[in-house]
Write a protein of this length. Sequence first.
Length: 440
Amino acid sequence: MNVLGWRILDKGDYFVGFPALGREEKELVAAAEERFKEATRTREAKGREESEGLIEEMVISAAGERGIFLGKEQQDYVCMAAVSQIYGFAFLEELLSNPEIEEISVIGPEKPVFAYFRRKGWNAVNACFDDEKAIEGMINRLSRPLGRHITMQNPRIDATLPDGSRLHASLPPVSGGEITIRKFRDRPFSPKELAMNGTVRMEELALLSLLMQCDLSVIVAGNTASGKTTTMNALFTFVPADERVIIAEETPEINVPHEHQLRLLANREMGIELRDLVYDSLRMRPDRMVVGEIRNQKEAEALFDVLLAGQARGSYATMHAQSAEEALSRLKSFGIPRLDLESIDCIVVQRRMLQYDPGKRKNTETRKVVEIAEVDNGVRPVFRKTGETRLLEKIAESFSLEEREIREELKKRKRLLASAPDGYAGFYAEIQERLFGGCR
C-alpha cells in the first residue's frame, strides 16, 4: 500500500523534479506528516520556513528511530518530498509554480496527470494519484484556504484559488475523481508582447488603442482558451489611468492596471448572479464597465441595458463565438433586438488554432486575432482591401477630429507601439505618459 496516495511514474512527457521514492522513504514522509500534525495541534509554525525546518527534524528523527541511514542527497530529496506532501501540494506544487504551464488536469486514479504548456500543448506528467481518496484529499487541501470542502454528498467544487487560478473538481458519481486548475497569470501580457507573439498585428493594435481611448464599446469573442481575457487585459493599457473601472465577473480573471477599479464577483451559492452585478453597476457611475463573460440570455440582456443606458464611456465583454457573425447570431438567440445590437461598436475575434508542421510531423497551437469588425447593420470587417468602414468616422466623432486626422494618428500610434517597452508595467506607464501625460 502506498501511504502517500501518489507516486512518481517511469514514463511521461514531462518529468517532475521528484525522484521515485522507495517504500522506506515513503514511510518516513508519512511518519513526518503524522508527527507534524500532532506537533501543530499545540504549536503553530510561523510560516513556511519554520515549517520546513520542523519537517526536516521529523524526517531525520523518524529515520533514526527506524535505523535508516540517510546520505546527504537522499535526506535532501526525502525532506523535499515531505515538505511538499505536508505543507504544499505534493508533485502538483512544481506544476503550479512553472510559468510555462497554463492548465493542470487530474483525470482519475492510476492515470498520469496532464499539464498544458503554452508552446507545447498537453503533456503527460510522470506522476499520478493512487485512488479516489488521495484525489479527494488533494482537492480539500487546495480548497482549504477558501473555506470550501468536497465530499461524496457534495461532489463538485468550482472555486478561485488565492493566486487567482480557477479550480474545478469532482468526485463520484460525477466523475472517477478529477481536478482541473486553469492557472492565473499574475503579470498580464502587454499589447506589444501580444504583437511579438503573433497574436495581433501592430496596425490592428493602433486601431484598438483608439477604440479603447474613446467612447466606444467592444466585445472580444473567441473559442475556448483562445486568450479572450488576455487580450482584454492588454487593451486596458490604452484606457486613461484616472478613469473609474467597474468589473463584474463570475471568477476574477480581468486584470487591469487602474488604481480606481472595483471588482464585483457573482456567487451562485448565495444566489448572486452576474446579471445582478451588472444592474448594480448602473448605480456606481462607471467610466468603463467590464462584464467577464456573456453566457446566457439574462447576462446578455443585462449587458445591453448597460450599453443602452450609456452611463459608462465604454462597455466591454467577452463571449464564445468563432466569428463576428456568430457572435451576433448568439446575441440574437438570446433575444437581443437587431436594433439594440447596433450599440456594440466593435467585435474583436480571437481564435485558438492548430498549425501542422509536416517536417516535424507535429501539431502546434497558436492564438491569433482573426477578425476586427464593426457592427453597422450587420458586421463589417474593418481590415479589408475594398469597401468603407464607419468605425474611423465614429472614432473621429468621439475625439471631435476629422477622419484624415485619425488616419494620421493611426500611423503615429503604430510607431509609438513599436518603440514602447515590452513588459506590461513599462508599456502601460509609457502609453499613459505619451498619450495622457502620465498615470497615477
